[in-house]
Design a protein around this ligand. Structure first.
Ligand code: ZN
Length: 326
């Protein structure tokens, strides 16, 4: 294992990585997990990739090299938190920044040594402590002029049913490295709630291998799924009461406006109420714990605007949902 040594205020830390070097010369891919310390599925997906690479002696067929970071944020992982523990900042908002905070120092070191010299990058996440997400990739609406379709092509090859197109925020790895180096960074999101979703991870590994084929790191034809959906708007449904939830619909299932998603038992009223979907779309995330507090997001939906029933744009319905930034 190699170590990237980073000087942060007050000390020097080490971030472990390994290099899978192909027999044939080629380009460089950076694969990362655990940017956020509470996202175990990103870490587990990278583990799965490392196991696959060892078992199949990937170097033999690999063109170029893959730099693999099993965990970028060890300090946060130790505490089950999203942020870097030293400064409580989000590493994925710390790229291309000047102040010498611990997170910025780590981001800058990664940029200098790896991202500035890479051809593609794959960054594995999950939805964090509370929610479960269906596997999908995230791409950006406005990529650099030099390569408008790069990340989109990788997302196509990854093959998840859902591709989320978003604006992105300043300081994000995918946003900043694309701007600065025209580097396409594919963000993968799978599962969450501090639980490893083994059935989803299988899809994730296949997706990464297929991206490596499509990007000419591995031999063989990349295959593309017949149907994929680009979605933009995600709406969260906050709970109207504190209670115990029971889902009737499954994560990833298609729902229509008026469908019963599940129910909530409100002990203070000794009454159970139905959870009715305010719109048509795909059940994108669900709260993992069965207990929910008033105002917390119970589930979220990726809206399908072309569905047969139209969402009524009344104030009442808008109060029930909120647009969630991705
Ligand atoms: Zn994340």
């Amino acid at each position: 294992m190699k170590q990237l040594r980073v000087r942060i205020p007050g000390k020097i830390i080490e971030i472990p990585y390994l290099i899978i070097k192909g027999k044939e010369k080629g380009r460089r891919c950076v694969l990362t997990g655990g940017v956020h310390g509470d996202e175990v599925n990103g870490i587990a997906l990278v583990q799965k990739f490392i196991e696959y690479a060892r078992k199949h002696e990937l170097e033999e067929n690999l063109k170029g090299e893959i730099i693999v970071f099993p965990i970028l944020n060890s300090s946060g992982f130790k505490k089950h938190i999203r942020q870097i523990a030293y400064d409580k900042k989000d590493l994925n908002r710390s790229f291309n920044r000047k102040d010498k905070t611990a997170s910025n120092c780590i981001a800058n070191a990664l940029e200098r040594k790896f991202y500035s010299k890479a051809s593609i990058a794959i960054d594995c996440h999950d939805s964090g402590e509370r929610n479960m997400l269906i596997p999908h990739t995230r791409v950006h609406r406005h990529e650099s002029k030099l390569c408008t379709e790069c990340t989109h092509q990788m997302a196509r090859a990854f093959g998840s049913k859902i591709i989320v197109e978003r604006k992105g925020k300043s300081g994000m790895l995918a946003v900043e490295m694309s701007k600065k180096y025209t580097l396409p960074v594919l963000t993968i999101e799978i599962g969450g709630a501090l639980k490893v979703a083994h059935d989803f991870l299988h899809q994730g590994l296949e997706g990464i291998i297929n991206v490596l084929k499509q990007q000419d790191f591995l031999p063989g034809e990349a295959h593309f799924p017949r149907k994929q959906y680009y979605l933009r708007d995600r709406y969260g449904v906050p709970s109207k009461a504190t209670g115990i939830i029971r889902f009737k619909k499954k994560l990833g299932q298609r729902v229509h406006r008026g469908d019963k998603i599940g129910s909530i038992y409100i002990p203070r009223k000794a009454r159970e109420e139905d959870l009715i979907s305010p719109m048509c779309g795909l059940l994108f995330s669900i709260q993992h714990a069965d207990a929910i507090a008033k105002g917390e997001t119970i589930y979220s939906i990726l809206e399908d605007k072309k569905c047969h029933t139209k969402r009524r744009r009344t104030a009442r319905l808008f109060e029930e949902i909120k647009n969630i930034q991705m």
